[in-house]
Design a protein around this ligand. Structure first.
Ligand code: ATP
Ligand code: MG
Length: 407
């Protein structure tokens, strides 16, 4: 089992997680997981089972989480994640996440968390749960720690998570502002500049002056381009010089960016956001008969009471599924047929059913060997957790250094 990370730190990292609170559904797949699969070929990717996050809403039902941790990893493998290409790990095995969360919490205003839209939103929607807890309020900050500890640049998530990534950026900026100036910052900058050679150092000093005094954007871009490719610099040295150039100090933590898919908010059977807690979801490995039933029972445009009433696709949740599953010809057929009452709602639903089942076929096939050998799934998570740990520890060393916690 290897703990060394086979990929170079220069590649932009990707991080994302999912909560093991039930079987993954089409919203997870089209909103995020599809992007995860795509990214594993281009980036160093970390994907984690967010079991602590699951506890924020399921602290009274640990059995749900227990049951779904490895099931969810099987869903990921079914969707096409490849353990040779990405790192899959379990959040609760890495106390480093909790450590960074605690350290970030010290300087994070409570108002930042109260203003995150999902906070009030989820409390409203999940009325049967008491979510007036410290853990639930803090959960976006824990998420910030999850992301920042891998110094990830990209976070592939659904639209509902975008505000959490924004908070993460703020937390990183604040941390860098408070602690990014290493005690020996000036000496280190001088050493890094010396390594670049006299001429380059002079040019950089000149464009830094132009940038800081007049906001010269060209000077900025030129310098960033130069630093990004200078072979004499290690990644951390490059970041220090970037911070020196900007006048902000070293970026200990990296500001990430959300990465959305086209279907970044997939609706469920009733037209509201697909969610297991709203009972409007189709699981990615659900059996064919159940999928067929569910789609057949989907409500359609309420104005289409009789087969002969014309309808409006814009008012029908089935149309949203066509957007994801149908080609241009089928979509034109739906538009024309619905508005003219030329086709019935069941006719219209059939291509959606076919589309979901077709998409599911390779996933079921990929899941099969893992279902047969649960030990293999555990080994994948063990190996991934070891890899993640070595990266997380590296960042924590720097964080403690920056905060002066090395007495
Ligand atoms: P559920 O709402 O079904 O309980 P969840 O919100 O608990 O699921 P998370 O682990 O929070 O699941 O979400 C995992 C990822 O899937 C996140 O990136 C989230 O944005 C995305 N996601 C969840 N539901 C949808 C959806 N309906 N459309 C698009 N993306 C979604
Ligand atoms: Mg969610």
């Amino acid at each position: 089992m290897t703990t060394a990370n086979p990929l170079t730190p220069r590649q932009e990292r990707v991080l994302s997680g999912m909560r093991p609170t039930g079987a993954l559904h089409l919203g997870h797949y089209h909103g995020a997981l599809k992007n995860w699969v795509r990214l594993q070929d281009q980036h160093e990717c970390y994907y984690f089972v967010a079991d602590w996050h699951a506890l924020t809403t399921h602290y009274e039902s640990r059995e749900v989480i227990e049951k779904n941790v490895f099931e969810m990893v099987i869903d990921w493998l079914a969707a096409g994640l490849d353990p040779e290409k990405c790192t899959m790990f379990l959040q609760s095995r890495l106390p480093e996440h909790a450590e960074l969360f605690t350290l970030l919490a010290m300087g994070t205003p409570i108002g930042w968390l109260e203003r995150v839209p999902t906070y009030k939103d989820q409390q409203e929607k999940l009325k049967d749960k008491d979510l007036s807890t410290y853990g639930f309020l803090g959960y976006p900050l824990l998420q910030a720690a999850d992301i920042l500890i891998y110094r990830a640049k990209w976070v592939p998530v659904g639209e509902d998570q975008a505000s959490h990534v924004e908070l993460t950026r703020e937390a990183a900026r604040r941390f860098n502002h408070l602690y990014g100036r290493e005690p020996d910052f000036d000496d280190r900058v001088a050493a890094n500049l010396a390594a670049l050679g006299k001429d380059s150092a002079k040019r950089l000093e000149k464009s830094r002056k132009a940038f800081q005094e007049t906001g010269d954007q060209k000077a900025f871009e030129g310098a960033m381009g130069f630093l990004a490719t200078a072979p004499a610099l290690q990644p951390r040295d490059r970041e220090r010089l970037e911070g020196w150039f900007r006048g902000t100090g070293k970026a200990v933590l990296v500001e990430p960016q959300a990465l959305l898919t086209e279907a970044s908010k997939l609706p469920g059977l009733d037209g509201a956001k697909m969610s297991k807690s709203y009972g409007n979801a189709i699981a990615i490995r659900e059996d064919a008969a159940s999928i067929t039933q569910k789609v057949k029972r989907m409500p359609t445009d309420p104005a289409r009471v009789k087969r002969t009433d014309p309808g409006d696709p814009d008012k029908c949740p089935v149309w949203q599924f066509h957007q994801v599953y149908s080609d241009a010809a089928t979509k034109a057929w739906v538009q024309q047929g619905c508005r003219s009452a030329g086709i019935g709602c069941l006719d219209c639903k059939q291509p959606v059913i076919d589309g979901i089942l077709r998409e599911q076929q390779p996933m079921l096939a990929r899941a099969e060997p893992y279902i047969a050998q649960p030990k293999v799934v555990r080994d994948i998570v063990d190996a991934g957790t070891d890899r993640a740990r070595s990266t997380a520890r590296e960042t924590m060393r720097e964080v403690r250094d920056a905060m002066g916690l090395n007495y």
